[in-house]
Write a protein that binds this ligand. Structure first.
Ligand code: ATP
Ligand code: MG
Length: 563
């Protein structure tokens, strides 16, 4: 959907108003600020589409900034994966790649400024004591006995903290605000803590590291951000964001909060995703079952489908959970327009065409994409021995089963009308069908106009390529695994991955490269897995063909605007 069609959300309304009043001289400058402590997930995609999308729409800019203020959990692998994922989604930060760690000196200067103004102090209380002294929502906090140190003493202690004279947790720098403030975040929040750990960029230069609340507004201010868009849980951190910038008297962006994306049947926190990856519950951050961007790429989701999904769910101030089926709906919609069609058989059953010559091969003409005539046609070889889907045959078909059965004629797609004449069994199991073609029906239609009730797909045994096909299902068996009382890992779906190792696919599939997306007619959308090699074709099923979104939408009513 074009952005023009979308109703303006509250964030764009705020920006319109700021442009009208000239608040930032008409500038629009956003940022996407990931912490490089994990791979991006589809929730981040929502934030990326929003921040980069707004910059694009208003002729503004969007920075990529790594919020790398915690040396214990961050690293280069994450930085690289995040950049790759953003580019893949189709966004460009141009020359605006920034790292919070580049601002550590500047942040320290600002801290000294607050200490000199009597607005920050060094505290010797332990983390437990600090949290105990903080009070509760109903009980005011208690001032630390170290709160009224002189400015000189604070300056000296801060300098010594920075110089590495104290151990982890021995001291912190805190803002001096109000220990009985109704907003707990304003009860003398911690600005710096001592962590003797190497940082992946600044090495051992620092042993004090800024907290999110202290650092984030400074980063925005230094970069001249106009609208600092973040998720709802930061709403009651905004007074603190504003306090720091006002006390320092520096350039002051506007923080705006929106509801984070939640999806059914998955988890969306980096901590939980990391647990799944590191615990070996999935095969890496790019496991196609994960809601990570790299997982979805490997699964075969097109970036345009993810962008479209993010635009259509919109932004609001109210938390909600989007049905997974809507994401799949967006994926199908995109693939239907763009994915070339092929024939592939997942559970092969051998078919011998008795009246077809042994060494004859006909090249049948097949349409590459009925939705896109410019995609043209291709040739598919037809011969005496074929494979069809085991499910497309029943020896004793019930009333509603119209596919192949003994004595019945069906259409073999793009080829002939075929009749099953005999069934070969071994130990009671059907292992082969004997069939005949009507030679008058080449292409699939009878000159006498007789109709068949179904069309099935097939591949020629002599020409087929062997493939492993990986079928994915929901990763969890419950809608909100993170909301359950038990550990979320207890709700993993044991059937989330099924590997079929004796699939047969038409020969043109060998021209595809890893990550190429396509449809196997009647089966779903698929893509080539990067594990594939020339003699070991590995294919992922992206999504089944049948769309269940409409049913879910009409049942529960849509919770977002552009569904
Ligand atoms: P998580 O909670 O999954 O660990 P995070 O918020 O800690 O994520 P960051 O790297 O700090 O991850 O996030 C970068 C940006 O992405 C932030 O601006 C954050 O608000 C946004 N973001 C993270 N998760 C979501 C989500 N589910 N929906 C929308 N935006 C999100
Ligand atoms: Mg975070």
């Amino acid at each position: 959907m074009a952005s023009e069609e979308r109703a303006k959300d509250f964030i764009r309304e705020i920006i319109d108003e700021d442009i009208r009043t000239g608040k930032y001289g008409g500038r629009v400058h956003t940022r996407f600020p990931p912490e490089p402590n994990g791979y991006l997930h589809i929730g981040h995609a929502k934030s990326i589409c929003l921040n980069f999308g707004i910059a694009e729409e208003y002729g503004g800019k969007c920075n990529l900034r790594f919020d790398d203020t915690n040396p214990l959990s961050e690293g280069k692998e994450y930085v690289n994966s995040i950049m790759e994922d953003i580019r893949w989604l189709g966004f460009d930060w141009e020359d605006r790649l920034f790292f919070a760690s580049d601002y550590f000196d500047k942040m320290y200067e600002y801290a000294v400024q607050l200490v000199k103004a009597g607005k920050a102090y060094v505290d010797d209380l332990s983390a437990e004591e600090i949290s105990e002294y903080r009070g509760t929502l109903t009980k005011p906090g208690k001032e630390s006995p170290y709160r009224n140190r002189s400015i000189e003493e604070n300056l000296e202690l801060l300098e010594r903290m920075k110089a590495g004279e104290f151990g982890d947790g021995e001291k912190v720098l805190r803002a001096k605000i109000d220990m009985s403030h109704p907003n707990m975040n304003m009860r003398d929040p911690v600005m710096y803590r001592i962590i003797h750990a190497s940082h992946y960029r600044t090495g051992d230069k620092w042993c004090i590291y800024p907290t999110y609340d202290w650092a984030h507004g400074l980063e925005d201010s230094i970069e001249g951000i106009t609208h600092s868009i973040c998720t709802l849980e930061f709403e009651n951190h905004r007074p603190l964001y504003d306090w720091f910038l006002d006390e320092l008297g520096i350039y002051h962006p506007q923080q705006i909060e929106f509801a984070r994306l939640n999806l059914t049947y998955t988890v969306m926190s980096k901590r939980m995703l990391k647990e799944l990856v590191e615990g070996g519950y999935v095969n890496g951050w790019d496991d196609p079952r994960l809601p990570t961007i790299s997982g979805m790429r490997r699964r075969g989701y097109p970036p345009a489908a993810i962008r479209n999904f993010c635009n259509r769910i919109g932004v609001s101030k109210v938390n909600s959970t989007i049905p997974f089926e809507f994401l799949e709906h967006c994926v199908r919609e995109e693939l239907n327009k763009t994915a070339p069609r092929f024939m592939g058989v997942l559970n092969p059953l051998r078919v011998v065409i008795e009246n077809y010559p042994e060494d004859k091969v006909e090249e049948m003409e097949a349409i590459n994409n009925p939705e896109d005539p410019s995609a043209g046609t291709r040739k598919v070889p037809f011969s005496k021995i074929l494979y069809i889907e085991r499910d497309d045959f029943m020896e004793n078909p019930p009333k509603k089963f119209y596919r192949l059965a003994p004595g019945r004629e069906v259409r073999f797609r793009y080829a002939y009308l075929v009749t099953c004449t005999d069934v070969v069994k071994e130990n009671g199991k059907v292992v082969e069908l004997r069939c005949t073609v009507d030679p008058e029906t080449r292409g699939g239609n009878a000159p006498d106009g007789r109709k068949v009730k179904s069309t099935i797909h097939w591949v020629s045994a002599a020409h087929a390529i062997d493939a492993e096909v990986r079928l994915y299902d929901k990763l969890f068996t419950v809608e909100d695994p993170a909301g359950e009382k038990e550990d979320f890992k207890n709700f993993l779906n044991p059937e989330s991955l099924k590997v079929l190792s004796s699939c047969k696919v038409e020969p043109s599939v060998k021209n595809l490269k890893p990550f190429d997306r396509f449809q196997f007619e009647r089966l779903g959308y698929f893509c080539i897995d990067p594990d594939s090699s020339p003699d070991n074709l590995v294919i992922n099923r992206t999504v089944k063909l049948r769309d269940t979104w409409e049913k879910i939408r009409s049942k529960q009513g849509s919770t977002f605007s552009n569904a």
